[in-house]
Design a protein around this ligand. Structure first.
Ligand code: ZN
Ligand code: FE
Ligand code: FE
Ligand code: ZN
Length: 265
């Protein structure tokens, strides 16, 4: 089966194309399932310049998504997803937001350490003002807490902190093992996200260190391109498929109304 469980739309203000453009591209390249997972709103208008707001969610994203799901039934299975942020202190708000819609799945992602949007190229200089080892510790602490939060189905791009190529000096082996054992207990899947190949780091998220733990702990995986333009839907699927073969027995997780099942690639 060919799937892509991580795509965006122009509602997030840093992507091109409407929902249907992504779905059409998915049809054109022969995907059986396309997961739509644009950035969810955050409380109090936080980071509104990089995401839809509540009104756009309620009046555009949600109705359009469920209408397109119906319209494309029999052509492609459109999955109603969302990429929600794990941001400490917003868990209750996020929980009520996520449970108010019949999503097929929710990707939980860490994009902020405090106020710092550490994956935003505009703020990349902040890496130079900090101890990278401390940044990594804070990042993986957030990842662990995102898994403990019980809010999400899929752990999004779980070593995103490497995006611009910054690497810790210290050994993270023990930290990663602890984090991934918490992920295993959570029942979440780890996303194999190919967008890192298109970023300065030129690597899939996550890298081999985490994927080896995925294999050892038998953590399920999903596949996503993190497309921010319709032509990137399904991008590097073969690379992701090979990794799923090596680290997850060739099985990927798919979701319907937040119930997980597995298919062979
Ligand atoms: Zn984005
Ligand atoms: Fe993300
Ligand atoms: Fe994304
Ligand atoms: Zn993402």
């Amino acid at each position: 089966m060919r799937v892509d469980y991580h795509t965006h739309t122009d509602l997030c203000k840093h992507a091109d194309g409407h929902l249907e453009d992504y779905i059409r591209h998915a049809v054109s390249i022969g995907l059986q399932q396309i997961g739509c997972s644009d950035h969810a709103p955050m409380p109090a208008g936080f980071d509104d310049e990089h995401r839809m707001n509540d009104e756009q969610f309620g009046q555009e994203y949600k109705p359009d998504l469920f209408a397109l799901k119906e319209r494309y039934r029999g052509t492609i299975d459109v999955k109603a997803g969302i990429e929600a942020d794990f941001y400490p202190g917003t868990e209750a708000w996020t929980n009520s937001f996520l449970t108010a819609t019949d999503f097929d799945y929710v990707i939980g992602s860490v994009h902020f350490l405090g106020e710092w949007g550490f994956d935003n190229p505009v703020f990349v200089h902040k890496y130079d003002e900090q101890d990278i080892d401390v940044v990594y510790q804070q990042y993986y602490d957030h990842i662990k807490r995102s898994a403990q939060a019980g809010l999400f189905d899929i752990l999004g791009h779980c070593d995103l902190v490497k995006k611009f190529g910054h690497r810790p000096a210290g050994d993270l082996t023990a930290v990663l093992r602890e984090v991934m054992s918490v992920v295993k207990q959570s029942g979440m899947a780890v996303e194999i996200n190919t967008s890192g190949l298109r970023k300065p780091v030129h690597e899939v998220y996550p890298g081999d260190a985490i994927l080896s733990l995925v294999k050892e702990l038998e953590i399920p995986v999903t596949i996503g391109s993190d497309a921010h333009t319709p032509a990137d839907v399904g991008r590097d699927f073969e690379t992701a498929k090979a990794l799923a073969g090596r680290y997850a027995g060739g099985r990927v997780s798919i979701y319907t109304r937040r119930e997980r099942s597995e298919v062979r690639l």
